[in-house]
Design a protein. Sequence first.
Lengths: 268, 284
Amino acid sequence: MRGRDWLGLGSLYYLLLAGFLYLPILLLLIFSFNDSESLRFPLDGFTLRWYETLLDAGELLDSAKNSLIVGLASSLAATVLGTMAAIAIMRFDFPGKGAFLAVSALPLVIPSVVIGVALLILFRQLIDLELSLWTVGLGHVVINIPVVMLIVAARLAGFPDNLEEAAMDLGTSYWAAQWRVTLPMSLPALISAFLTAFTTSFDEYAMSVFIIGTDATLPVYMYSQLRFPRRLPVIVALGAIIMISSIVIIILAERLRRVGQVPVTIEE
Amino acid sequence: MLEHRSRVAILITPSVLFLVVLFLLPLGIMAVFSFRTGTFGPDRDIFTLDHYRSFFSNTAFLRLLWRSAVISFWVSIYTVILAYPLAHFLAFRAGDLRITLLTIIIVPAWVSYLLRVLSWKIILGSGGALASFLNWAGLVEGGTPLLLYSSNAVVITLVYVWIPFVALPIFAALERIDPSLLEAATDLGCSRVEAFLRVTLPLSLPGVVAGFLFVFIPTVGEYVTPALVGGPQGIMFGNIIWDQFLKALNWPLGSLMSLAMLLVVLIPLFIFSRFVRFSELAGL
């Protein structure tokens, strides 16, 4: 059954759908080079001025920098925490494991708006914490822990734990065995998890907007600029840059994730 | 065994702390907050059922919640219907290239969500890309129908956004099907259509359910897409939650609305959870 069938309806359908998925992205790219403030056909000739405007858009660059900082820090934290949790659930049985798995999966399935407002109440009403990039970063760690856990757990399922046992039989401590055997063997998944978490954080708007202070992240800034039609081409140019870079990052993450990965089944 | 325990404790405690303090606790506080009278000042410390009364007596709120669920339902249905043949093609017909072809489909899913919605705002606008293109190409004379600012625009945009995410779990479920089962079905006299209906489709249902929920759940809480392309007729429940927290500053009522939304999300999740492997939600 698994033969190739390039001339069938299936491939035609694939092409149509792929076209549907890429057309809007392509359109943004085209308009980012279009020499007109209004985004409509016919095109008005080629320009780089929107990209040039980007270079001295101070607030925009600041927000990009903020997003970079929040993204790197929160993804790093989520990767460390999620990896530790993944090792625990894949290599040990312990009381409350089922409950932990259920709770840790919830951030994946609860609408971001609900997580956002719940965190807002926590920060502003319970502990009276000033909203800042820190609060946004904490929120991003919460939504990224499950993502990291799943990616790393899939990799851990791909090799047995007898390698680390061998290392321990040869006299290494448990933690040294993790550090020198388990982590290096999971490295592709760790990097993939980090990149996935980073992309999620870099793009997060729906939750972040509730818990952000005066310093905006890039999506929050971009959204605030959508009210000004004249600024749209600049946003589109910025969007084109982000799209291209995120496509590169994601293809990289995707390749790393598939190194030695098997589907994850977690024994409860 | 004590060693085991301390290892587990060290490995899992940080995540547990994070999830308890920054996830479970906030949801709990939100539930408590829905009973408070006001957001700030002395009002905050008076508990009341007023918000519950006004929420359940205000049919506009309930209608909007219902309509949001209906929009999400249709978005999920359309997305699954569009993604299924794609996943089927990738799993059974694409041969060695299937991972590459799948990646090509997934990549747009990770391109900035805000930008993909924005691109549809540009496409569907009255003087926008689609309308001006049709005019310019001579396909449509004069005025073009205004697609922007309607619930149709919301549905189109959300379907576009979610197709790749749904294709993944369906693909994973189809991939797990042992091809010899299909051979057996045809050997026993099933036609290809019958084999599909009686073997492939039932075996792929977990993936379909996972895909459906994966769209339905976040879409119920959607407010960015309705705000950008939906207009007044296209707003969803998420938009009024946003209003309560950032504009009207009625956090207790907003908390109650969030709880109501949580209920709408969690009920189907509980019903279907035995069919769904969470790993598939992350596209693994």
